[in-house]
Design a protein around this ligand. Sequence first.
Ligand SMILES: Cc1cc2nc3c(=O)[nH]c(=O)nc-3n(C[C@H](O)[C@H](O)[C@H](O)COP(=O)(O)O)c2cc1C
Length: 179
Amino acid sequence: MPRQSRKTLVVLAHPRLSESRVNAALANGLHGAEGLTVNDLYARYPDFRVDVPREQRLLLDHDTVVLQFPIYWYSMPALLKEWMDAVLTRGWAYGPGSTALHGKTLRIAVSTGSVAEAYRPDGTHRHTMAEMLRPMEAWANPTGMTLAETLVVHGAGRGLDDDALALHAKRYREALTAG
Ligand SMILES: Cc1cc2nc3c(=O)[nH]c(=O)nc-3n(C[C@H](O)[C@H](O)[C@H](O)COP(=O)(O)O)c2cc1C
């Protein structure tokens, strides 16, 4: 497929984006990127009533789907989970004869409050980030999607200075607009 025709959908889930430092910087860094749509779930569905046909149309219309969110209790913010439960239905996203998402690319992009060292067997959280993220990545399998490299920004709570954050935002834009 020619490079220009590839389209990327960023499903952004942050319950307080106006107070966000990391995810706001990552999302702001995407402004103006060709072929890229940012779908701000909390802005669109403050009442958690997800418009399933609209969301399925958006997914069909893009080649790559990026879920971007801050890690909340080793998981995703509640509205993103609701979005997944409502939108990724049997008979559409998975199950016999369901090919809506086949061949599309899935990427997870998250921020954590804790530093990377906390996500080690001898660290505060006792599990690696790869282990923590497995349930959030696994839906690529029944839907026939290809998992792209997961992006993690650690240390949002402390130690992440402005230069490091700007570099993360630059790399994020590059990753999402490459090929
Ligand atoms: C309810 C809640 C739960 C959180 N749980 C975790 C967690 O399990 N692990 C972690 O590293 N950080 C956790 N954090 C910290 C957030 O991940 C961190 O504040 C966020 O990634 C910063 O991104 P932002 O600047 O876009 O808000 C939690 C924060 C909140 C508010």
